[in-house]
Design a binder for this molecule. Structure first.
Ligand code: FAD
Ligand code: SF4
Ligand code: SF4
Length: 472
């Protein structure tokens, strides 16, 4: 067997035909088989200084797990990954590897970097297909910790604390655990069975997950302490959608991306006789250019839309979504209307005048834009072109222009400081908040970010909570 594979290109990941997959919710990419994984692993040079590991927010020892793949020791590879990450099957699929671990890979200097994410996914899928149940944690230390929110940050913190012997309860507002992994990221990018498996692993380790409990309504953070919890980790995400504030946003047929995706993903609106209503078919405009917008556009296609537009106010160069997602959306037939900004949503009035959401969308008035001077982040500012308005005929509009943390927990927790964007203020190295015994991390602190950064924050907080409770 060759010692190294010096091919400049990564082994491509097999994907399902665009014309077929655009009409169903099955996973788009099907993953490496064993031979391809070993062949890709042979592209890794096993660099001693591990530059790739520095690019990973949870510092997975990448050359070590890849070396195990080269030997065909996939269980050994899983052990290396799981020492640093609790959700490898998730991160192998959704991490923006191109700006994290893979951006530091030396093979990327002359050619494509090693397919680290694809290899991580392979190892995790192999493990999930062949694994036995995780061991029960026997040595409990008798201390109770509450985790608010069951997204990647909460689940990671809960898992790490359970391993350390804590009695952990996760409180989740929705009826299913997983946060954005179940309600936001669609099935065709991240099958829900994978998230369920990760949640089952935690419950097998003794973590108690209580769904349908809203902290700030059902119980407050202070009441958690009164109930005997010694510390609280807040990982409630950033699920409050932003709107543009333009006329017509209250017509039926205008959704926030979060509402649209939750109805489709969590409540399975794509099935026959779904529990929840959703506009299906017709023409759909998704406003925004991030990953969430790509997900909403591709979901709209799969729900049966005859035409889906992504309307974005800058050019393709500034569009922030991952290239892979943009390419997949284009292959599936999503049309991009760039340098364009909606200024009004049209509709026809009907129904009860007392209903704030009466009337249905018939189109959006858009204005053409050009790029001006760079803003404070260095991105060229979109500037309206006078007299350039035109109408786009659509029946559904999905607003995907960002989210912020929900103010509920802040407004019901005495002494919890937040910044002007609503993020909980924490000490970076520990996740400690301004309130004794309360820690926070993930999107609730940073605003909308990534799965792996939310997990990284959960790990930091678990360690800090352990230190805090040992010294208390
Ligand atoms: P969340 O995942 O938001 O979880 C927070 C949980 O807390 C939720 O389940 C919520 O219901 C619960 N909660 C909120 N308030 C309360 C309360 N008061 N009481 C109890 N529970 C509460 N990142 C990537 O890295 N790659 C991607 O491809 C990617 N795609 C994305 C696609 C979409 C559509 C979206 C919306 C986000 C995407 N992200 C992606 C971002 C990523 O999912 C988030 O950064 C990550 O999930 C944040 O994790 P978290 O645990 O902080 O919060
Ligand atoms: Fe790369 Fe993400 Fe895996 Fe870290 S967790 S090695 S950043 S794919
Ligand atoms: Fe392998 Fe690239 Fe990491 Fe070097 S930088 S160890 S080649 S993955």
């Amino acid at each position: 067997m060759a010692k190294f594979n010096m091919d400049m290109k990564k082994n491509p990941i097999p994907t399902r035909d665009a014309e077929v997959r655009a009409h169903d919710f099955f996973e788009v990419a099907t993953g490496y088989d064993e031979a391809t994984a070993i062949n890709e692993a042979l592209r890794c040079l096993g660099c001693k200084n591990m530059p790739c590991t520095e690019g990973c927010p949870v510092n997975i020892r990448i050359p070590e797990f890849i070396a195990k793949i080269k030997e065909g020791d996939f269980d050994g590879a899983y052990d290396v990954i799981s020492a640093s990450s609790t959700l490898p099957a998730v991160c192998g699929r959704v991490c923006p590897q191109e700006v994290q671990c893979e951006s530091r890979c030396v093979r990327g200097i002359k050619g494509e970097p090693v397919g680290i994410g694809r290899l991580e996914r392979f190892v995790a899928d192999f493990h999930n297909a062949h694994s036995k149940n995780p061991p029960k944690i026997e040595n409990k230390n008798g201390k109770r910790v509450a985790v608010v929110g069951s997204g990647p940050s909460g689940l990671t913190c809960a898992g790490d604390l359970a391993k350390l012997g804590y009695d952990v309860t996760v409180f989740e507002a929705l009826h299913t655990a997983g946060g954005v992994l179940v309600y936001g990221i669609p099935e065709f990018r991240l099958p829900k069975a994978i998230v369920e498996k990760e949640v089952d692993n935690l419950t097998a380790m003794g973590v108690n997950i209580m769904t349908n409990v809203i902290i700030g309504k059902t119980l407050t953070v202070d009441e958690l302490f009164e109930d005997g919890f010694s510390a609280v980790y807040i990982a409630s995400g950033a699920g409050l959608p932003s709107f543009m504030g333009i006329p017509g946003e209250s017509y039926k047929g205008v959704y926030s991306a979060n509402e649209f995706l939750t109805r489709a993903n969590l409540m399975k609106a794509y099935k026959d006789n779904p529990e929840t209503p959703i506009m299906k078919g017709g023409r759909v405009a998704v406003v925004g250019g991030g990953n969430v917008a790509m997900d909403a556009a591709r979901v709209a296609l799969r729900l049966g839309a005859e035409k889906v537009y992504v309307v974005y106010r800058r050019s393709m160069e500034e569009l922030p979504a991952r290239r892979e997602e943009v390419e997949h959306a284009m292959e599936e037939g999503v049309e991009f209307i760039l340098l364009t900004n909606p200024v009004e949503i049209f509709g026809y009035e009907c129904g009860d005048l007392r209903d704030a959401r009466r009337g249905f969308v018939t189109g959006i008035k858009c204005q053409k834009m050009q790029l001006g001077e760079p803003d404070e982040r260095g991105r060229r500012r979109p500037v309206p072109i006078p007299d350039s308005e035109f109408t786009l005929d659509v029946e559904t509009v999905v607003m995907s222009i960002g989210t912020t943390p929900n103010p509920l927990i802040k407004s019901t927790t005495e002494g919890l400081l937040v910044n002007k964007r609503g993020g909980i203020v924490v000490e970076e190295s520990t996740g400690a908040t301004s309130k004794e015994g309360v820690f926070a991390g993930g999107d609730a602190v940073t605003g909308a970010a990534t799965v792996i950064s939310a997990m990284g924050a959960g790990k930091i907080a678990a360690k800090a909570i352990d230190d805090y409770l040992k010294n208390k």
